[in-house]
Ligand binder design. Structure first.
Ligand SMILES: Nc1ncnc2c1ncn2[C@@H]1O[C@H](COP(=O)(O)OP(=O)(O)O)[C@@H](O)[C@H]1O
Ligand SMILES: Cc1cn([C@H]2C[C@H](O)[C@@H](COP(=O)(O)OP(=O)(O)O)O2)c(=O)[nH]c1=O
Length: 250
């Protein structure tokens, strides 16, 4: 098994993530073995995180393009997902808040993982997600929920191969947000500085849960340079050597 890719290929399952062993009743062992076979995957999963306006969408798109040009089979996705449920979450964010929004986001995440991320990984793709679980550890906290409660709702979520956190000077992010015509309720509730602070806490929290993650200091970097730094982080992990898929472009 590739290092850090326990469980379902590029995804590490909850029991492993928590460092515990899941007791499987004898009668279910066969089904569990079938599940393991069904989720035998070869792709890898990279999540991109950071405060609103830091450049996640821009660099996720560029990273996907760069990898595709290199010949990799890439699936670029986002949270909230591009499903009806994801659209509903986006539309409802103004009036849905606190626990209700946290649960709606977690439901969308569960559907996103099962319906989109895992199948793409099973097909051997590099999955890049613009936002994932760490976003909840920041945005739902902005909405007043304690970390432990948010974690409970998201404990099912598989650990990505690598999570990249973009960081930038809060003043630069604030200038970019001023250019946005409409700010969402949570964008207004937070601030770049507060989001950066909560992301640092999320990083530490997930680090204790053996998430593999890296911060990228985007100060003074053009989008192309941010992507170079991302690729550097990925290569640092010897990803390409470890993952046969990535060595044999489709
Ligand atoms: N590295 C960068 N340098 C300068 N501007 C950037 C950079 N990355 C993104 N931008 C710009 O900042 C704004 C916010 O970027 P975006 O990717 O939408 O952020 P996010 O997805 O994190 O909210 C966009 O106008 C984008 O063109
Ligand atoms: C991914 C995620 C989104 N959301 C909600 C709040 C955000 O304002 C809304 C939309 O996400 P956002 O990334 O701001 O969307 P866009 O791509 O339009 O910039 O979804 C959460 O509350 N928690 C989460 O973990």
């Amino acid at each position: 098994m590739r290092e850090g890719l326990s469980g379902c290929g590029g995804l590490a399952r909850g029991a492993d993530r928590r460092g515990g062993r899941r007791a499987v009743p004898a009668g279910r062992r066969q089904a569990a073995a079938a599940d393991r076979a069904a989720c035998e995957v070869t792709g890898i999963f990279v999540a991109i995180e950071g405060p609103n306006g830091v450049g996640k969408s821009t660099s996720a798109r560029l990273l996907a393009t760069r990898l595709a040009v290199q010949g990799h089979s890439v699936h670029l996705t986002t949270e909230p997902s591009r499903t009806h449920l994801g659209a509903l979450v986006r539309q409802s964010e103004a009036e849905l808040s606190g626990r209700a929004l946290a649960l709606a986001v977690a439901a969308d995440r569960a559907a996103h993982v099962a319906g989109e991320i895992e199948p793409a990984l099973a097909a051997g793709k590099v999955v890049i997600s613009d936002r994932y679980l760490p976003s909840s550890l920041v945005l739902q906290r902005l909405d007043g929920l304690p970390l432990a409660e948010i974690w409970r709702y998201n404990a099912f979520a598989p650990r990505p191969f690598l999570t990249l956190y973009l960081e930038e000077d809060p003043a630069v992010i604030a200038t970019r947000l001023k250019e946005r015509q409409v700010l969402s309720r949570l964008e207004r509730a937070g601030s770049p500085r507060r989001e950066l602070e909560l992301y640092r806490k999320a990083y530490a929290f997930l680090g204790r849960r053996r998430w593999r993650q890296a911060r990228i200091d985007c100060r003074g970097l053009a989008p192309d340079d941010v992507v170079k730094a991302m690729l550097g982080r990925i290569e640092l992990l010897n990803l390409w050597e470890r993952n046969p898929l990535s060595c044999s472009p489709s």
